[in-house]
Design a protein around this ligand. Structure first.
Ligand SMILES: Cc1cc2nc3c(=O)[nH]c(=O)nc-3n(C[C@H](O)[C@H](O)[C@H](O)COP(=O)(O)OP(=O)(O)OC[C@H]3O[C@@H](n4cnc5c(N)ncnc54)[C@H](O)[C@@H]3O)c2cc1C
Length: 295
């Protein structure tokens, strides 16, 4: 343990087990890449960040940096250590293309070399770019405390902007999801510019086709409500339909999603723009992108 000049206690464990114990003993704030936390606790230039709690550095833990697959009876599962850098996701052959697409639009290379996937999830911003994709991938989070591990689906973990189900003695150890093939994928981030801009809104769509009909479908919207929006109920009403049936039902589908999309006005965009653009992306995906030979 070190006491920084600012008076905050900091810990730099060498092993994950040690980190879990420190988290339990001091309820220390986990700092992985620090790209959210150093902004959140920043002070005017020349001053140290103003952390309220002891801080536990976890970005140095190699045990949290891995991307592995295992083949179980139910299919191949991808396991990603929470400390995996965003830039490492872009370089790995197992990471689904749509997750790479979302990650490639986060910040800029310098930030992606520091930032972790675990930090993006635990920051729990509705504008977090990996989150709509992880909702569609049915990602499960493995949370570790001294009492053992528990698993929570990502959509049950995130409770609101900056709010989640992480207990004060827990660390996120792993993100895992089944690797499935989809014929059509679309990730669109609408931001002010191409780099270093948080989403005004985002859209993730996955579709698998069979004999001209949608056989499997996953759709999620980011930054248009307090949490990412995904409705398996609405998805079920679309599965099994062909292009002309979807065209006919599009107004109803948009109305159904429109009830869930409840954006806010803020410094990045207006509620009206967010809602209209989100529904336009939905229409583009269902009416065109799913059926196009090539996107
Ligand atoms: C200039 C700039 C541009 C950005 N642009 C984008 C963008 O376009 N899209 C986007 O989504 N984000 C963006 N971000 C936000 C940020 O880079 C990402 O959210 C990043 O993934 C956070 O990861 P980190 O490791 O730096 O998190 P940290 O800052 O270390 O932590 C973030 C939160 O997660 C918690 N945490 C981290 N790891 C764990 C763990 N293993 N267990 C439990 N809790 C944990 C921390 O306590 C903290 O609450 C941007 C940030 C900056 C500074």
């Amino acid at each position: 343990m070190v006491e920084a000049a600012s008076g905050v206690r900091t810990f730099s464990p060498k092993a994950f087990k040690e980190a879990v114990k420190i988290r339990a003993d001091y309820h220390a704030l986990p700092l992985a890449g620090g790209t959210d936390l150093m902004v959140k606790y920043r002070k005017p230039a020349g001053n140290l960040p103003d952390f309220k709690n002891p801080v536990i550095f976890i970005g140095q833990l190699d045990e949290l940096k891995y991307i592995e697959t295992d083949s179980k009876v139910s299919g191949e599962i991808l396991h990603i250590g929470s400390g995996t850098k965003l830039s490492a996701l872009l370089e790995n052959a197992y990471i689904p293309e749509i997750l790479k697409e979302a990650v490639s639009q986060i910040a800029a290379p310098g930030i992606r070399n520091m930032a972790t996937i675990g930090g993006n999830i635990c920051n729990s911003s509705p504008a977090g770019d990996t989150i709509p994709v992880l909702y569609c991938l049915d990602a499960v989070l493995v949370l570790t405390s001294e009492n053992g591990e528990r698993e929570v689906a990502v959509d049950n973990f995130i409770k609101g902007p900056g709010k989640n189900d992480l207990k004060s003695d827990e660390l996120l150890r792993e993100i895992k999801f089944p690797l499935k093939n989809f014929d059509r994928i679309l990730y669109r981030k609408v931001g002010t510019r191409k780099a270093n801009a948080l989403s005004k809104l985002s859209f993730a769509g996955f579709a698998r086709l069979d004999a001209g009909k949608i056989e499997d479908l996953k759709i999620a919207f980011g930054a248009v409500a307090p949490v990412v929006i995904r409705s398996q109920e609405i998805e079920k009403t679309i599965v099994g339909k062909n292009q002309s049936e979807i065209s006919k039902g599009l107004a109803e589908i948009k109305k159904n999603y429109g009830r869930l999309i409840r954006p806010i006005d803020d410094q990045r965009s207006t509620a009206v723009y967010r809602k209209e653009t989100a529904l336009k992306l939905l229409e583009y995906f269902l009416a065109y992108a799913v059926w196009a030979e090539q996107l």
